[in-house]
Design a protein around this ligand. Structure first.
Ligand code: BGC
Length: 920
């Protein structure tokens, strides 16, 4: 038997973090192995500064020694605290169930970053605000720039690298605004829209780049382009008067630390010696778009030889109200993740050329063209076309999503914008030189580069497209923060949209690092009274008028649900611990306002089951249900954290809230107030009913669906629970019917009507009525994609067990169904790759699993006797590879370990689950 192999090393949820916010980082690895039931029984981690030494198992910073443990997730570094500006490597080897030792894994590199405030000598700088002579910068024309978006700042400074061997040079950079970093005429790094969105009054993240290879002895040139971005540009509902959320103008901060081989250190930092100018970016704004006039380029501006005599001195900027904390980036950067060629469709009614990417994306257009100097091209972006074939842009509300390119007039010109992004499938290009320009147009998808972690496919092409649409909506909206939508003038991180979608999102992508960052934004936005805000980051601009929106049931509640989901998926107890006081503060906030134990007060902008169809679910009932659900999660989290008193308190609260809920909202016949799908779904899935009530509530749920002609009617909140609750209730056929419906309202309806992303509304477009109201009709809103969780967890049978978080234990209770034909899924958890799939032949289900080493899977076969189940073609009963198995009144469960497993059983069972599985 071969030893186990540790792979996929990560540190603080990142493969190779550049910059840490802790001097005790945590290490994780996955395992691969051949054979069944393989386990890790011990590990050894080594940490050191020399790659080759670490690869050989020698780490001068820390050697854990052989630790008897099955742990592979988030093991804390145990050496003396790591210093700033340190590059180190780590590796791990493991021992298996027979004490066979593995080799050390290929070492992973980590940069610590500049961890203390005092490490930073750089100053915040920017282009002098009012130009020479103290006059405001004139705006070219009102058509071009109606909202007075600023021209980008171009900043530069030459510096000397000494004539002696350079060992290492690292650039640390960030901006209040957005920046691009250039060194000797080259772009540094492949990130875009850096440094991303945080509450800039509290913190901003910085990026770290090893630039050793880009430097040469003699004069070098460091340069940056600076845009407004989320800091002082426009975002969040209406363009007008909505800039400058955090400050009036952008600023840049950077330092390069140069370490020579002889031990000397030089620091090149942003300071008063830099020079500034305007350049070709006439303005660039997230909502408006960008205007780029290539005639204003100053060739070589970012190279050492450039003469910057005509440039101005920079201003030292004092960020208001105080300089923000400088945190290392916690998540993967935003990158270009895909390029889609634009296909010319036809001319618009005004003569523009309409291009189709074939896919609704978030990002921008890349242009290549040939045109005379000064020829202007206007690029408008939209998600749909009107009946006449024109670009449909009304649903962008005040976002203009328009980029303007003015040609240089020499050769083939290439352009893509720097500091904006749009949500679009179609592009209209117009301009006088259109016909001779020979345009090549590409759509560039841009998002936080969270690693792909899952795939789902099945026998229904419609459902496959739905699964793809869910992924695309995730990509289109996970852009520094999880936005609601990328196209209109909003793009805010709404907590309820996120909490219903997070389980799905974490199947699709590894979002552990992404959430670690967003959690900080959520916590930063928390109000003094303990209320979480409805969106995070929250803009300070909202401090008046009656913002920020905060504390709405299911929205403010989202914070606790997200932390719980993150824990179930990634076993991140550290984040749970850090979040705990804030979560308790939120529970206190609700309790303080609602002494009667009914959640009647402090509901704020109580949105309810947002965008449902049919009768609305009473909002107080939803609020009460969520409060009880939170008490339940808090009790569980307290017990994980070993906080007994808190645990008792929340368990007690849960009991009282359930009693109050039943008293107020459930009648003797098990009818829940409102009598809607969502009312029953929440009451059932949150476990708020007694057994008798639950049994009748299930019937009422089926009735409400039958009354809707076997169609769904839920909004954002109910949708997550729909298929899971139905299949748990044994109504598998109905769950599949809802999944496979193509008539309105359904997921399939949007697919049948050409959707390539998830729509915000069930009726975003209908043949009878056309587009829904332009005031709120996004075609890229992930909340209804929450059904993705059910596809992975229940259809394929890859569900995390909260009792062994991080997928250390997987519940495999698949829902084989002829309606779908076959299904398979894989999920790359931090513990390794889990794959599951079923086919049906004759009356038999074949279920195949691939389980990584060290992981236990519980296979559940509802309604089947043990002797009806076969493994490797043999009766499962007594099979030597099974860890254990049992029969209950509901069916059979079988516990197995790692390896490839092929089960078979007859397809004639009711499909209840045997134990709670999906509620992570
Ligand atoms: C957003 C939603 C959000 C809702 C709350 C909308 O404008 O797009 O996604 O949850 O507001 O009311």
């Amino acid at each position: 038997m071969e030893p186990l192999a540790p792979t996929d090393l990560n540190c603080e949820h990142l493969v190779s973090p550049r910059g840490l916010n802790t001097s005790r980082p945590r290490f994780s690895w996955a395992l691969t192995a051949k054979g069944r039931n393989r386990r890790q029984t011990a590990y050894q981690i080594v940490v050191g500064t020399v790659r080759e030494m670490v690869a050989g198992g020698h780490g001068e910073l820390w050697d854990s020694g052989r630790v008897t443990s099955a742990e592979t997730l988030l093991v804390s570094y145990g050496g003396s605290p790591l210093s700033s500006h340190l590059r180190f490597f780590w590796s791990v080897r493991v021992w298996d169930e027979d004490r066979r030792m593995s080799a050390f894994a290929e070492p992973a590199a980590v940069e610590t970053g500049l961890m203390a405030g005092a490490d930073w000598t750089a100053k915040w700088i920017g282009r002098p605000e009012f130009g020479r002579g103290g006059r405001p910068v004139p705006v070219a024309s009102p058509y071009d720039n109606p909202y007075q978006a600023r021209p980008a700042d171009y900043l530069r400074r030459p510096f000397t690298v000494k004539e002696k061997p350079l060992r290492r040079a690292v650039a640390y950079a960030t901006a209040l605004g957005l920046y691009r970093l250039r060194l000797n005429g080259q772009e540094i790094g492949d990130q875009v829209l850096a440094p991303g969105w945080t509450d800039y009054h509290k913190r901003v993240e910085y990026q770290v780049h090893d630039v050793t290879a880009l430097l040469a002895a003699g004069t070098n040139s460091l340069a940056a382009v600076l845009g407004e971005g989320w800091y002082c540009g426009r975002v969040g509902n209406t363009l007008k008067r909505q800039g400058a959320h955090y400050g009036p103008r952008p600023a840049f901060l950077c330092q390069i630390v140069l370490d020579y081989a002889d031990g000397e250190r030089d620091v090149v930092a942003s300071d008063a010696t830099w020079r500034a100018a305007k350049g070709p970016i006439v303005y660039s704004d997230l909502l408006i778009g960008e205007k780029y006039d290539a005639r204003l380029e100053q060739p070589g501006w970012d190279e050492a030889s450039f003469g910057d005599a005509g440039w101005e001195e920079v201003e030292i900027v004092a960020p208001w109200p105080r300089p923000p904390a400088l945190d290392a980036a916690r998540s993967q950067p935003v990158r270009r993740t895909e390029a889609l060629p634009g296909r010319f469709l036809h001319r618009s009614s005004t003569g523009g050329r309409i291009y189709d990417l074939g896919q609704n994306i978030a990002g921008w257009t890349r242009l290549a063209l040939t045109a005379p100097a000064g020829a202007t091209f206007v690029l408008r972006h939209g998600e749909a076309l009107t009946a006449d074939g024109d670009l449909y842009t009304e649903n962008l509300r005040s976002a203009r999503a328009t980029d303007i390119y003015v040609a240089r007039g020499s050769g083939r010109e290439r352009y893509e914008p720097s500091f904006t992004f749009h949500g679009f499938r179609y592009v209209e290009v117009s301009g006088p030189a259109l016909d001779t320009a020979d345009i090549d147009l590409t759509g560039v998808q841009v998002n936080s580069d969270t690693p792909a972690a899952g795939s789902f496919s099945c026998g229904s092409e419609m459902v496959n497209r739905l699964a793809a649409n869910i992924r695309w909506s995730q990509r289109g909206n996970f852009l520094s923060i999880p936005t609601d939508c990328p196209q209109r003038d909003e793009r805010l991180g709404w907590l309820a949209d996120a909490q219903v979608f997070w389980p799905t999102a974490s199947y699709n992508m590894d979002i552990a690092a992404f959430f670690s960052k967003w959690w900080v934004d959520i916590d930063d936005a928390r109000q003094e009274d303990g209320a979480f805000t409805d969106v995070a980051p929250s803009r300070p601009h909202w401090a008046h008028n009656p913002y920020p929106p905060k504390g709405a049931p299911a929205w403010g509640d989202g914070a606790a649900i997200l932390v719980w989901t993150h824990y179930c998926r990634y076993a991140d107890k550290g984040l749970l611990e850090a979040a705990w006081p804030s979560l308790v503060g939120w529970m206190d906030y609700i309790a303080r306002h609602n002494p009667r134990l009914l959640r009647e007060n402090a509901l704020n902008r109580n949105y309810g089951d947002w965008l449902n169809v049919g009768p609305a679910t009473p909002k107080v009932m939803i609020a009460a249900a969520y409060w009880a659900h939170l008490a339940d999660l808090m009790a569980r989290m307290a017990s994980i954290l070993g906080l007994d008193e808190d645990g008792e308190r929340f368990t007690g609260l849960l009991g009282s809230l359930k009693a109050a809920f039943r008293e107020a909202f459930v009648d003797q016949d098990g009818r829940v107030e409102g009598d809607t799908q969502t009312a029953y779904l929440l009451a059932l899935d949150f476990g708020l009913l007694d057994e008798k009530q639950a049994a009748s509530a299930r019937h009422h749920l089926l009735r409400t669906i039958a009354e809707a002609d076997d169609h769904l009617a839920t909004g954002f909140l109910g949708v997550r629970h729909l298929c899971p609750v139905l299949s748990d209730a044994g109504a598998v056929d109905l769950a599949y019917r809802l999944l496979l419906n193509q008539t309105y309202p359904s997921w399939g309806f949007s697919v049948a009507n050409g959707a390539t992303t998830i729509w915000e509304r069930w009726d975003g477009w209908t043949p009878e009525k056309g587009f829904q109201t332009p005031s709120m009709n996004s075609f890229n809103h992930y909340a209804y994609g929450a059904v993705g969780e059910w596809l992975f967890a229940r259809v394929a049978g890859i569900a995390p067990d909260p009792a062994a978080p991080g997928f250390r234990r997987v519940i495999c209770c698949p829902l084989a169904h002829r309606g779908l034909g076959w299904a398979k899924a894989e999920h790359r958890a931090h513990v390794g790759r889990i794959a599951a799939g079923w086919t049906i032949a004759g009356g038999t289900v074949a279920y195949n699993l691939d389980i990584p080493a060290n992981i236990v899977a519980q296979v559940c076969v509802p309604g089947a006797k043990r002797n009806a189940i076969r493994l490797d073609g043999e009766p499962v009963a007594g099979h030597a590879d099974i860890i254990q198995a049992g029969e209950t009144a509901d069916g059979t469960w079988i516990e197995i370990g790692s390896g490839v497993w092929n089960f078979e059983w007859p397809l004639d069972r009711p499909a209840q689950r045997i134990r709670n599985a999906h509620d992570a």
